[in-house]
Structures are given as structure tokens and as C-alpha cells.
Design a protein. Structure first.
Length: 509
């Protein structure tokens, strides 16, 4: 297939003079979403004991958020296109802040679960609106690389920062502060965004909302997320798990069929069928498995096997943050305008795989400085480098009215990839650990050694998955450098003028 060309993502020709200030608050909002994925996890034992939550129900502190966030992302992206990205962004931030306060003040498990579900719902508005604002505000290749580099560095560090902050708040204050602390961050981002963000004129999509598509996508994605989450605790051969996964697949197939037939689809198939964007979505979904696996198994390794406190564990993850920031801002962002995306993404995923390869050598008494630290740095450098062109490729060249749903697909790919990958890797690790303990029954250190054996096996699988991501990139992505004469993906159909009355003037504060 021949190389494709791209048109700017927005019809606006004069850059917004406040776009760099806007970037700070957009990145802060995405940091908030990523922060929430780990900051609450550290507080789970304390919250469970305080509210008397049973072992069977404690998963809902995480699952309630994951279900609404993953299930509503596509709808949230289309709402941003329809309603306006600035308005959707602000609504998501304010709603997220209110839900965080509600969760922190929860007096029982039902209210906590409900608050977490609300956080996920508002996060599903916030995340695609944030990324699509970035896509329509920064169209110059040089600026786009810098903007996406800073965005990815700040937002990608959220999970690692969450581990540190969650440990500090839980240990020195109270688990409730892991939720309360999110509210002022959200409100600060909302205040700043309201002051400086102006959405470019003509970027909204006033087509009627595809309600049947919204229902099918929400049910299918939520069912898929819940199915793989349930598989972690009940096994992949559990009857309910199989029914959920099978039902989710059927519903999502029906969704795709519907999108091909309706006049105004929730997810125009042109967004995902372009080989470059499709390759970006798939590689992002695969790569995030490695990140989630690293967080999950290194957390257990450091706390359970090595005996680190929650705070020290958070500090131990800082090299990953350094690697992500360096890879994003100093490598990926600098190369993006001049180098074809596949020649940045492919090596980036390979470097991340090399970092995980170091972690496959861990033993119960391994040195942090010799294995964990360099493994995190290499993984962070590689992933940070690859994420910049991947996210840019997923959103460049898309029609202005589809920017929100294209951005939602970036988040959806990562959410689904993370959910499936975490469940799969956790199942593999648990099986290896159980087999090791059975084979070494009676040995004093059998459990610790078995856990490490399970972790390293999961890291080997993660290495393989990252290698597959690199192969996907090299096989599917053929876009030229964004700064070249022909660059990026382009929708299958040429952009046509919006119907009368569809274009919106730039919004005012």
C-alpha cells in the first residue's frame, strides 16, 4: 500500500497564542486521570478495614472506576466532538473533583463504590477531550512534537507518582486523602483551562448522536473490562467470566456492523481502518501491557519479597518516571518532526523490551541498583520515546469533527490493553508461583522464591508482547515524518464542508 498524506487536523491557520499555557492545564488533567489509577490502589487495605469491606467486594473499589471509564470512553469522545471539547473538558474536571470528595467522605462501601464509578464516568469525558484539545491546538510538526512530548511525560508519570503519593498519604495521613487530594488538582486545572483554552473555530461535529451505537459500545467495552477483571479472581475457565467475555465480543461485533451502516456513526470506521492509525492504536494497546505488568509485579516484588514500605516503594519507582520524561521530551519529541514514526516507535518498543529483559533476571536477593533501577530507566526511555509518535500518529490527519473520538480510541486501546494484559499476566504469574510452591513444599523460602519465579515469567511474556508491538509498527506504519512534504495518516474520504450551521465559533471563557 502506498504511503499516505495528511491534512491539518484543524482548519485554523493562526495558532492560538495561549496554546502553551493551555498545554499545562491539559497535561495536568491527564496526569489526574493516570494518577488515579495507582494512588487509590495503595490505600486499598486501609479503606477495606475502615469501611468493613469484605474480601469479595474490595475489588469494586478498582472495578467500579474501570467499568465506567473503559465503557464510556467512546461516548465521551463523541460528546467532546458534539458538545465542544473545552466545555466537555471543564465538565469532566469539575465532575471528577466532586466525585473525589464524595469518595473521600464515604461512610460505607456503597457510597465509595458509587463515587469511584462517577470518577470513571467523568474521567471518560475528561481524557478524550484533553487529548483532542491538544490535537487541534498544535498542528505545526515542530510544536506538535514538543507538545506531545511534554503531555506524555507529565501524564505518563502519573501512575508512578500515584504510588509515591498514595504511600505517603496513607502512611502519614489517612486513606481518604488519596481521594481528597485529587479534587484541588482538578479544580486548579479547570480554573486554568477556563481562562486560557479557546477551541478553534469550525472544529465541532453537530451530527446527531448515534444512540444505538453508544449503548452497544458502552455495554461491549464495560463487559469486556469486567470479564477480564473477573478472570483475575475467578479464573479464565469460570462460567460467568466466559459468558461475559463472549457476550462482550458479540456486542462489539454488532457495534462495528452498525457503525458501517448508520449515517452518523459514534465511531466512524475511517478513524480505525487507516493502516497508520490502526497500527498506532494496536501497538499502544500492546505496549501498555508491559507498563501495567511492571507496576503490578514490581510493586509486589519490592513490598512483599524485599520488604519495602509503601513510601519506599513509591520512591523506588522514580527512575521509571525519569526515563519516561527523558524519552518523551528529549528523544521522541525531538525526533518526531524529522524521522518517520516507525523508526522511532519500533526502536522505542525494543528498548523498553530490553529493560524488561533485565527484570526477568530478578531473584529474591537481587540488587535494586543492578537490576531494578536500570531496568526501569531503559523501559521508561523506550516507552517514552515510542509513545510520542504513536499518540501523534493516532490523532494527526483526522477530520476536526472526529478528533474527540480518535482521542478516545487512544485511551480505549490503552484501557482495554491494560485490563486484558494485567489479567493475563497475573494469571500466568499465579500459576507459576503455585506450581513452584507445590514442587518445593516444606522449604522455608519456597513462597518468596515462587513469587519471584512467577514475576519473572510474567516479565518474559511482557518482553514478547513488546516485541510483537515493534513488529506491528514496522509492518503497518508507513507514514513519513510529520515535517516532511507528505506525512501521517489521512481519512479514507476527503473532508467536505460542514453543513450550514455546524461550525462553531471559538468559545469564550
Amino acid at each position: 500500500m502506498s504511503e499516505t498524506t495528511a491534512s491539518p487536523v484543524t482548519p485554523t491557520t493562526t495558532p492560538d497564542p495561549r496554546r502553551w499555557k493551555a498545554l499545562a492545564f491539559i497535561a495536568m488533567a491527564q496526569l489526574l486521570v493516570n494518577l488515579d489509577t495507582t494512588i487509590v490502589n495503595i490505600a486499598l487495605p486501609s479503606a477495606q478495614a475502615d469501611l468493613g469491606i469484605s474480601d469479595g467486594n474490595r475489588q469494586w473499589i478498582v472495578t467500579a472506576y474501570a467499568l465506567t471509564f473503559g465503557g464510556l470512553l467512546l461516548l465521551g469522545g463523541r460528546i467532546a466532538d458534539l458538545w465542544g471539547r473545552r466545555r466537555t473538558f471543564l465538565t469532566g474536571l469539575i465532575g471528577f473533583a466532586a466525585a473525589s470528595v464524595l469518595g473521600g467522605a464515604a461512610g460505607d462501601q456503597v457510597l465509595l463504590f458509587a463515587a469511584r464509578a462517577l470518577q470513571g464516568a467523568f474521567g471518560a469525558l475528561l481524557a478524550p477531550a484533553a487529548l483532542s484539545l491538544l490535537a487541534v491546538l498544535f498542528t505545526d510538526p515542530q510544536e506538535r512534537g514538543k507538545a506531545f512530548g511534554l503531555y506524555a511525560a507529565i501524564s505518563g508519570s502519573g501512575a508512578a507518582i500515584g504510588l509515591l503519593l498514595g504511600g505517603v498519604l496513607t502512611e502519614y495521613l489517612d486513606w481518604r486523602w488519596t481521594l481528597y487530594v485529587l479534587a484541588p488538582v482538578a479544580l486548579l486545572a479547570a480554573a486554568g483551562a477556563a481562562a486560557v483554552i479557546r477551541e478553534p473555530a469550525g472544529a465541532r461535529n453537530r451530527s446527531p448522536l448515534d444512540l444505538p451505537g453508544a449503548v452497544l459500545s458502552t455495554l461491549g467495552l464495560a463487559g469486556l473490562v469486567y470479564g477480564v477483571t473477573r478472570a483475575e479472581s475467578h479464573g479464565w475457565d469460570d462460567t460467568t467470566t466466559i459468558a461475559l467475555l463472549a457476550g462482550a465480543v458479540v456486542v462489539l461485533v454488532l457495534f462495528v456492523v452498525l457503525q458501517a451502516k448508520v449515517k452518523t456513526p459514534l465511531l466512524p470506521l475511517r478513524v480505525v481502518t487507516d493502516r497508520n492509525r490502526g497500527g498506532a492504536f494496536l501497538s499502544l494497546g500492546l505496549a501498555i501491557i508491559g507498563l501495567f505488568g511492571l507496576f503490578l509485579f514490581l510493586t509486589y516484588y519490592l513490598q512483599v519479597v524485599k520488604g519495602y514500605s509503601a513510601v519506599l516503594t513509591g520512591v523506588a519507582f522514580l527512575p521509571l518516571t525519569v526515563g519516561l520524561m527523558a524519552g518523551s521530551t528529549q528523544i521522541g519529541a525531538r525526533l518526531l518532526p524529522r524521522v518517520p514514526p516507525r523508526l522511532i516507535m519500533g526502536p522505542g518498543f525494543l528498548l523498553a523490551a530490553l529493560g524488561l529483559l533485565l527484570l526477568t533476571q530478578l531473584e529474591t536477593d537481587s540488587s535494586y541498583a543492578l537490576f531494578v533501577l536500570p531496568g526501569q530507566l531503559l523501559f521508561g526511555l523506550g516507552l517514552g520515546t515510542a509513545m510520542i509518535p504513536a499518540i501523534s500518529l493516532a490523532t494527526i490527519g483526522v477530520r476536526p469533527g472526529d478528533a474527540g473520538v480518535a482521542s478516545a480510541m487512544v485511551n480505549t486501546a490503552q484501557q482495554i490493553g491494560g485490563a486484558i494484559g494485567t489479567a493475563l499476566l497475573n494469571t500466568i504469574a499465579a500459576g507459576v508461583t503455585a506450581a513452584y510452591v507445590d514442587a518445593h513444599a516444606g522449604e522455608e523460602a519456597a513462597l518468596s522464591a515462587g513469587m519471584v519465579d512467577g514475576f519473572t515469567t510474567a516479565f518474559w511474556w511482557s518482553v514478547g508482547i513488546l516485541l510483537v508491538a515493534a513488529v506491528v509498527v514496522l509492518a503497518a506504519v508507513n507514514a513519513r515524518a510529520p515535517g516532511g512534504p507528505e506525512a501521517g495518516p489521512q481519512d479514507a474520504e476527503p473532508s467536505s464542508p460542514a453543513p450550514s450551521g455546524t461550525a462553531e465559533p471559538a468559545q469564550q471563557a
